[in-house]
Design a protein around this ligand. Sequence first.
Ligand code: PHE
Length: 339
Amino acid sequence: MKQTLANLQTQALSELNAACDAKALEELRVKYLGKKGEITAVLRQMGGLPADERPVIGALANTVREEIEAALAVRSAAIEAAALTERLLREKLDVTIPGTPVSVGHRHPMSIVLDEAKDIFVGMGFSIAEGPEIEFATYNFDKLNTLPGHPARDMTDTFYITDDVLLRTQTSPVQVRVMESQKPPIRIISPGRVYRKDEVDATHSPMFHQIEGLVVDKGITMGDLKGTLNALVHKLYGAETNTRFRPHHFPFTEPSCEVDVQCFVCGGSGCRVCKGEGWIELLGAGMVHPKVLAGVGIDPEEYSGFAFGIGLERMTMLRFGIDDMRLLYENDMRFLGQF
Ligand code: PHE
């Protein structure tokens, strides 16, 4: 029996070495170590042995089993390693092949300019306020000292929803909402959409964007207004850009002005873009009217403030030299891809 076991071991080891895949190994495991395998068969015959030989044969059988198990593990590891090497060789990956290009989107030119403007104002200590696009006539007009009968209230300019509710024609009602809800010192900007009954052309659209600005504190002067708006223009268009403050009229500011920027195309000598003027209008502004302050419960004897409303489309067109506002709304990728 010793001889049988020794033969079994030699035979098993040589067969194992010849096995070349996991399936062959498993078959050999069953053949030698399985319940109906060769070693079990030898152990079954132990009943016929003299009692003193049984432990010797038993121990030998265990050794043989362990040897075969060990050899199986070694062979199995070797086969796995070989399989892996073979796969690595077969599945060569060329990491230098250029990938399929994915087109990445980017911000709309107006968003770029709005973000720049926000950064500039936040840098000057402003925070950002929001107001509704569907607004009460009282906020859009009355509280801004634009009383019934004022031409701006005319049905021909304003989209009315009811007699009292409308699509805001300007972001200025946010001034009132902010002053009603917080006490001075106030320093906010409020960007958003506004609506007017305008025909679409190169410089008009029934929906456009404004950035409202409002500063209220003790001792605020027109000098603060000029300094703030000049800082904005210089940061946006370059330190050498000239501005012009022209007297104007708004019902809710006194005094009022419009601010022009020297034409970016001709530098002021007059061309098609500035319509021969040399200047391009950018915004309306002024000192907050005492009646507006009093209307929201801020004492105009104690506080003063300035406000402004910038056309974001204008600002963007100036910034990038775009001469037709419609391009900003058409979502033509050939246009948008240029920014
Ligand atoms: N709301 C004015 C407009 O739409 C602009 C403006 C804002 C003027 C604030 C003065 C102060 O034309």
